[in-house]
Design a protein around this ligand. Structure first.
Ligand SMILES: Nc1ncnc2c1ncn2[C@@H]1O[C@H](COP(=O)(O)OP(=O)(O)OP(=O)(O)O)[C@@H](O)[C@H]1O
Ligand SMILES: [Mg+2]
Length: 242
């Protein structure tokens, strides 16, 4: 479903964020992406949903090379890959409905269909009754649920989340994780970046660990099993001094 072959990412600043990363995530998997701050997690996710392109190597999503998709076709890629960010990225002056309705509007779907889609997506996260509210009228956990509803609106095959629980207290973080697990049980492939090793060890699953831009571990953990302590290799050549 998601395959990376020898992916390198060097930013225009010369910073090497990813160095020779290869892995595969199968359809229907729940996969964690972890590693220290600066290890390259966000960069990797941005490459997969085509917010950035790799400097070297290939990324295939459903067998399609995402770097080769023309800019005009990116909204269609976004239809198969939903994305959730740590800071929610909701638009304050728009209602919950309008926030969730973003992609269907870009895709030019008709109003009746869009309304139905927004209702269904918000229902899945338990917020269908808040369609007319504004983001500031919701709690942090509710705002993250709206962001998840927005990412689910086109029923994507893949859901990518970058530290979706990073801004939430532990109880809310647990609820949001449960929501991702439920979405995965219903068939969506999930790739979730987190620093939270305790969370990963609690639920297990496929775990990819980055260190200094390299993939330093790729394993399937059973719930309750401890993650190994891993030595981070020296930084890739060409990296600017920290
Ligand atoms: N737009 C950019 N331009 C230049 N360098 C960047 C850019 N974005 C990230 N980097 C660098 O690439 C490396 C990887 O950053 P990235 O944001 O992918 O790490 P991360 O694992 O997501 O970290 P965190 O856990 O803090 O979110 C870091 O050294 C970072 O400084
Ligand atoms: Mg990050």
């Amino acid at each position: 479903m998601i395959q990376l072959f020898h992916v390198c990412k060097r930013y225009p600043t010369g910073q090497v964020a990813l160095d020779d990363v290869s892995f595969e995530i199968a359809k229907g998997e729940f996969c964690f992406l972890t590693g220290a701050s600066g290890a390259g997690k966000t960069t990797l996710l941005r490459l997969i949903f085509r917010e950035e392109t790799p400097s070297e190597g290939q990324i295939l999503v459903n067998g399609r090379n995402v770097a080769a998709i023309p800019r005009s076709k990116i909204p269609y890629l976004r239809r198969s890959i939903g994305v959730v960010f740590q800071d929610f990225r909701l638009i304050d002056r728009k209602t919950i409905f309008e926030n969730v309705d973003f992609l269907p509007r870009v895709l030019g779907l008709d109003a009746a269909r869009r309304k139905k889609m927004a209702f269904e997506a918000l229902r899945r996260v338990g917020l269908a009754h808040r369609m007319a509210a504004f983001p500031r009228q919701l709690s942090g956990g509710e705002q993250q649920r709206v962001a998840i509803a927005r990412s689910l609106i086109a029923e994507p095959e893949i859901l990518i989340a970058d530290e979706p629980t990073g801004n939430l207290d532990p109880e809310l973080a647990g609820e949001i994780l449960e929501l991702f697990l439920e979405i995965n049980r219903r068939g969506t492939t999930v790739l979730l970046a987190t620093h939270d090793r305790e969370m990963i060890e609690r639920v297990g699953r496929h775990v990819l660990t980055l260190g200094g831009g390299r993939l330093i571990d790729d394993r399937h953990l059973t719930p309750g099993e401890a993650l190994p302590s891993l030595a981070v290799p020296p930084s890739p050549a060409g990296e600017a001094p920290a």
